[in-house]
Design a protein around this ligand. Structure first.
Ligand code: SAM
Length: 221
């Protein structure tokens, strides 16, 4: 019985992958194939990050909320962790800066040295965006944001991402539903779009007020 369930689950994952690749091809998005050498060199957490980011990007693109111009533009991956999301973005031609406040994942990500084109920074992503000139990013991603049950981080994130994003830019956030509902209700008065329960997109022209200032120093790797 257990064996049957495992086989069914494997079959389901395989079918899910096939569907994802068909959709990606139709949308012109490049996905890292699980059989590719590049994917095989990743550790299990990075593999998870890659799959998660790919699914979110496909879902947002399929919904018409993310365009090729966003994916090939200047992108900040906020709270990048071990860099799986940044890898997917870079693979699609984005000029990526990946930032995380925690030095541990950043050191690990830097050691892997997977993508020369990604600028890796250890520091506060809020302060980083606040210090950017207005309208400088095509896309801000935050894969698996938070959790932030009180909403203070997400409020500051949203304010500074709005400041740094171009008028036609996008903010793509994935998180659990509670945090995303906080963004929707408290940060942008319902201006964003739920692609699914866990994927949320805000369009640049729907920008709200500007931001709260961060103050920590960032270390560029
Ligand atoms: C749940 S993890 C997600 C990591 C990765 N994006 C993924 O897809 O697995 C959230 C990350 O956000 C980072 N983070 C939290 N606050 C931050 C801030 N102010 N600036 C930059 N990174 C931050 C944390 O250190 C953590 O690595």
């Amino acid at each position: 019985m257990l064996f049957d369930c495992a086989l069914m689950s494997q079959k389901h994952d395989k079918q899910k992958n096939v569907n994802l690749f068909h959709t990606a091809r139709r949308l012109g998005i490049k996905l890292l194939h699980t059989d590719s050498r590049r994917y095989q060199t990743l550790n299990p957490i990075q593999k998870f990050e890659v799959m998660h980011a790919q699914e979110a990007i496909i879902a947002a693109s399929e919904a018409g909320l993310l365009l090729k111009s966003h994916l090939s533009g200047k992108v900040l991956d906020f709270g990048c962790g071990l860099g799986g999301g940044a890898l997917v973005l870079s693979y699609n031609g984005a000029n990526v800066t990946a930032i995380d406040i925690d030095s541990k994942p950043i050191e690990e990500f830097s050691k892997y040295n997977l993508i020369d084109s990604v600028k890796i920074i250890q520091g506060d992503g809020i302060a980083y965006m606040d210090n950017l000139p207005e309208n400088s990013l095509d896309l801000v991603t935050a894969f698996i944001f938070g959790p932030d049950f009180e909403g203070s981080l997400i409020r500051r994130f949203f304010a500074t991402a709005n400041h740094a994003m171009k008028p036609k830019g996008r903010i793509l956030i994935t998180s659990e539903t509670g945090t995303l509902s906080l963004v929707d209700r408290n940060c942008c008065d319902g201006c964003g779009h739920f692609v699914s329960r866990n994927v949320f997109v805000v369009k640049g022209f729907e920008k709200s007020k500007k931001g709260v200032r961060g103050d920590s120093k960032n270390t560029v790797y």
